[in-house]
Design a protein around this ligand. Sequence first.
Ligand code: PAF
Length: 286
Amino acid sequence: MKIIRSPRAMTAWSEQLRREGVKIGLVPTMGALHEGHRALIRAARLRCDALVASIFVNPKQFGPQEDLAKYPRTISQDRALCKKEGVDICFEPTVEAMYPSGFQTMVTLPAIARRWEGEVRPHHFSGVATVVTKLFGIVRPQLALFGQKDFQQSVLVRQLVKDLNLGVEIVVHPTVREADGLAMSSRNIYLSSDDRIRAVTLYRGLQAGAEAIRRGVSDGASIQKTMIQTIRGEPALTIDYLSVCGPDTLEPLSAVTSRVVLLGAVRIESVRLIDNLLAAPPRRSS
Ligand code: PAF
C-alpha cells in the first residue's frame, strides 16, 4: 500500500490508471477507522480494480464550537486496517494542500442541508459537499462508497453528483452496528461506559417506529410518538429530532404509503448521536 499526500501526485496516479482502463474506487473517510469503515472498504474492494481510501479530517465541516481539535486521530491503526483490507492508496492530504490560502469556492445544497443535521450544524453540509467535490476532482474515481449511518450526507452526495455531472457511481453501504445495535461511529469513544449502554436506546426507538410501520401504522405523527416514547424511557437521552421522512427528499411525511426513512438524533451529556432506519409498510394483499 502506498501513501500519497500531495493532491497533484494523487491525480497523476489516477490519470495513469484511468488511461489503462482501470476502475478506481474511493472510500472517503476522516480516519479513526472502525468496523463500519472496514465494511465500506471491503464492499469497495469487490467493486473496483484499484482502491483509494482518503483520510482527511475536514475542518470545513466542523462548526466553531464542535470537536475538530479533539476529533480522534489514529493514523497508524488506520493505515494498518487499510493495508489489511487491500487498499492500494491511502490519500492523506494536509489541510494546507486542500485549502491553500486564497481558497474560495464552497459547494452548497440549500434544500437538503436545511433540515435535521443542517439545523443544528449550519455549515456542516457545505463543508462536506465541498470536500467531496474536491476529493472526486483529485482522485477521479468511477465509484465511491458512503455509509448509510450518515443518511442525510448520502442523499446530499447523490444530489451533488447529479447536479454537477460528476460521473461517479455512489454506493451507500448499510450501517454496521455493535452487538447491541448501536451504530458504529468514530465519536462513540466519547461516551462514558454508562452512557455507552444507554446510547442504544436511540436505535431501539427507531426500531419501535419501524416495527409500527411494518404492522401497518401509517400515520406519521403516531409513528413519531412511538419513537419518542421509547426514547423518553431513557432519561439520560435528550431528543434533537425524530422524524418519518421520504428517503429521497428528507421531507417529513404525514402518511406512510411506501418506503420511508426514520431519522433520529439525540444527545447524551455532550455527545450527539445520529442514526436512521429504512422501513416499508406491509404489502396489501389483493
Ligand atoms: O462521512 C465522513 O466521514 C465525512 O463526512 C466525509 C464523507 C469523509 C467527508 O469529509
